[in-house]
Design a protein around this ligand. Structure first.
Ligand SMILES: Cc1cc2nc3c(=O)[nH]c(=O)nc-3n(C[C@H](O)[C@H](O)[C@H](O)COP(=O)(O)O)c2cc1C
Length: 380
């Protein structure tokens, strides 16, 4: 018996397991390794400028002849533009004061002051993109989407927001379109726009996440879309038991991030991979301190500094501008106490750094074993 669902035919893959799009961590090497092993690799391209995104797609094509996808973010709040709060103060006005908070933190932690060019290089930005639109702005997202369309990728995944304005062009290319949602309302909205697949990602997951737990979210999204599109479960699914459970809740596959983070191919520094191996079920926290949106990450001093100071981080994209000089300096210094990175609550299931193909085959074998046994819980 092999793990299988209708998304295998839909996407041309062997197992209904998708590598989650994880910014900078889901590299061409990792996406290709997952696709070659029978799952669907997804590039975590959220912070790739258009030139780098094209290079990543082409590099992945060199590494695999199997289908793979591209994940970017399309947050509606950023695309609408900055909004003043009810006192008339816009987040842009608050930038200097938040930058001062970041400077004090950096100095207190003995982190170097880096130049803009050093920060961009450490963040992995391609110099060819430096003349383009600034990171995570409306123009940046639009430039990324042009590349996704020109390169005719097999699958496009919107990690935040809706790709409605590009839907006709994506569909004309034969690109399957997926949206990650954290609530039934968002699922219903994107189904109306013609998406092919939905990922229901619960609170347990790494990165930007929903306030609703995975176990409660999946069946409610499944019921809300009532079979119109397949639902894929996500958030805290880090082994085959989690995949089996998601399928019992009505999902037709799993979108898995954290379990693929501590792999040889993932685009993390070694000290970050080790922080994952060292972590346990209590190691993560949800904080707006990195991007401005609530995201689950390994607990760290930067997130704690906001809690201790009682300071509210700025909304996206401003908080990213505040955090970048700190996170880049901490990355350069190998400081796992400051930038261990995003991760989900399944962290404690990671025991070592392994090749991605081994992680995938272990998850598939365990899910098959657990699902084959499921009938034993029903008495004749
Ligand atoms: C390191 C990391 C980076 C992430 N970056 C993104 C991203 O750029 N775009 C996105 O849609 N989701 C991102 N996510 C969320 C994942 O796509 C996925 O929903 C999540 O990892 C699933 O939960 P899990 O980590 O418990 O498996 C990220 C998650 C992690 C752990």
């Amino acid at each position: 018996m092999a793990l299988h669902s209708r998304i295998c035919e839909m996407l041309g893959i062997r197992y209904p397991i998708l590598l989650a799009g994880m910014g900078r961590a889901s590299t061409p090497e990792l996406a290709a390794a997952v696709s070659n092993a029978g799952g669907m690799g997804i590039l975590g391209a959220a912070s790739c400028g258009p030139n780098q995104l094209r290079a990543w797609i082409r590099r992945t094509r060199e590494l695999t002849d199997k289908p793979f996808g591209v994940d970017t973010l399309l947050p509606a709040s950023v695309r609408r533009g900055p909004k003043a709060d009810n006192t008339g103060v816009s987040p842009r006005d608050l930038l200097p004061q938040h930058r001062q908070f970041a400077k004090q933190f950096r100095e207190q932690e003995g982190l170097a002051e880096l130049t803009e060019a050093e920060i961009l290089a450490i963040g992995g930005r391609d110099p060819a993109d430096l003349d383009g639109p600034p990171l995570l702005t409306k123009e940046f997202f639009e430039a990324q989407m042009e590349v996704v369309i020109e390169e005719r990728v097999a699958l496009y995944a919107a990690g935040l927001g809706s790709p409605e304005q590009w839907m006709d062009r994506l569909k004309a290319n034969g690109t399957k379109v997926l949206c990650v949602v954290g609530a039934t309302r968002h699922a219903l909205n994107v189904v109306k726009t013609g998406v092919d697949l939905i990922v229901a990602q619960g609170h347990d997951g790494g990165g930007h996440n929903s306030p609703i737990g995975t176990m409660a979210l999946i069946p409610q999204v499944v019921d809300a879309v009532a079979g119109r599109v397949p639902v894929i479960g996500a958030g805290g699914i880090s082994d085959g038991r989690g995949v089996a459970a998601a399928m019992m809740l009505g999902a037709e596959g799993a979108w898995i991030g954290t379990a693929f983070l501590a792999t040889v191919e993932a685009g993390l520094r070694d000290f970050q991979k080790q922080a994952l191996v060292d972590g346990n079920d209590q190691s993560t926290v949800v904080s707006r301190s990195l991007t401005g949106k609530p995201a689950r990450m390994v607990r760290n001093k930067w997130a704690d500094a906001y809690i201790e100071a009682g300071v509210e981080p700025l909304p996206m994209p401003y908080q990213g501008m505040v955090a970048q000089p700190v996170t880049a300096a901490a990355l350069q210094a190998g400081r796992a106490d400051i930038i261990p990175g995003f991760a989900g609550q399944g962290l404690g299931m990671i025991k070592s750094i392994r090749p991605a193909a081994e992680v995938l085959s272990g998850i598939v074998a365990d899910a098959e074993r657990v699902l084959a046994r499921a009938g034993s819980f029903v008495a004749a």
